[in-house]
Design a protein around this ligand. Structure first.
Ligand code: SAH
Ligand code: TRP
Length: 336
């Protein structure tokens, strides 16, 4: 009898996916909007950019000539992945904000070639990306287990499954720069709790450089970043029955020299009142008034080192591309 039971396809057996979002994301969006759009200086947290369309637009951003971080980070990984694999002996890779995991393949290739790779754990708020990347990666890497975690890495890190051996936790793309300095250190401390004595954090950070290069990376000539920025308004329209016309807003990206971060804003072209029906809220914008949608902090070696030590981590390797535009750091828990 049992032998005739249908066997699951191989790939399906290799995949486990947990979702921790059920309704919580909608609540968090509502709270963030209520909180952020009623302030004197309007602001929204960046995670709401990434619905399925936002994720696609971000993928296009990564291909833009002006957006150097993706190219640089991929170049560093290609150059050093074998060394990282040998040094860490990692059997699993946990990735926070994994997206399409396109650069991750370089690491998976190296771990696979080293013969240690067993499991990949992508963590992302965008459900479609976690599911798609689980499907494609299990097909591309025979024998690979994928345990996807659909959730908010700021709230759900305790749902990352326990390590099955030495692990690398990867946090790529300069996403750490999207935190404000205080919450950045707090978050790094949370991450360090995922690390055992034999584990490593591999983190990508964009470096301080000529403001013109930085601003172009966040305000490309084709307008893809502008569309990505405005996409957050489409998310509010759909999820909270708001009536924003994205075309009423200009995309603004500027380098704040004092804080050394890029700020992304949406600037109202005219005075307007938007209604957010789902929250029973009317939001007034003066002509020229801005809504801050994201910061992207740029780093110096000292800043990275300071943040890591404040979180109980110590630098093991500092890797940059030949032009010194982007850095990848390998760190581990400070031994005491
Ligand atoms: N790692 C990829 C993608 C970076 S974009 C790269 O380097 O190219 C940032 C990614 O983080 C997106 O996939 C987005 O969906 C995810 N993300 C943003 N905020 C998040 C949060 N609070 N919790 C989980 N994932 C988040
Ligand atoms: N983590 C990426 C960064 O800071 C995200 C990003 C790139 C982004 N371009 C953007 C976010 C434009 C909002 C708008 O570089």
């Amino acid at each position: 009898m049992e032998s005739s039971a249908p066997q699951p396809p191989l790939a399906a057996a290799a995949i486990q996916i947990d979702s921790h979002l059920d309704g919580a994301e909608a609540r968090s969006l509502a709270e963030d909007v209520l909180d952020g759009l009623t302030r004197p200086f309007k602001e929204l947290p960046p995670k709401h950019f990434y619905d399925a369309r936002g994720a696609q637009l971000f993928d296009q951003i990564c291909e833009l000539p002006e957006y150097y971080p993706t190219r640089c980070e991929r170049a560093i990984l290609s150059e050093r992945a074998d060394e990282l694999a040998a040094l860490t002996g990692a059997v699993e890779l946990v990735e926070l904000g994994s997206g399409t995991a396109s650069k991750t393949r370089v690491l998976l290739d190296a771990l696979s070639a080293a013969g240690t790779l067993e499991r990949y754990v992508p963590v992302d708020v965008t459900e479609s990306m976690v599911r798609e990347c689980a499907e494609t990666l299990t097909a591309e890497y025979p024998g690979l287990q994928v345990h996807g975690v659909i959730g908010d890495f700021e709230r759900h890190l305790d749902h990352v499954p326990p390590a099955i051996g030495p692990r690398i936790v990867a946090f790529l793309g300069g996403t750490i720069g999207n935190f404000t300095p205080g919450s950045r250190r707090r978050f790094l401390r949370e991450i360090s709790r995922l690390l055992g004595p034999e584990d490593f954090l591999l983190m990508g950070t964009d470096l301080v450089k000529d403001p013109r290069v930085l601003e172009a990376a966040y305000d490309d000539s084709q307008g893809v970043t502008a569309e990505f920025n405005r996409n957050v308004l489409r998310v509010l329209n759909r999820e909270l029955q708001a009536d924003f016309d994205p075309e009423d807003f200009d995309h603004v990206a500027l380098f704040n020299e004092q804080h050394e971060w890029i700020e992304m804003r949406l600037r109202a072209k005219r005075e307007l009142i938007a209604t957010v029906r789902g929250l029973d809220l009317c939001v007034h914008f003066r002509a020229g008034e801005e809504l801050r949608t994201e910061i992207s902090a740029k780093f110096t070696p000292e800043r990275v080192d300071g943040d890591l030590s404040a979180a109980g981590l110590e630098l093991v390797h500092w890797l940059t591309d030949p032009d010194g535009l982007f850095a990848l750091t390998l760190s581990r828990r400070t031994s005491r």
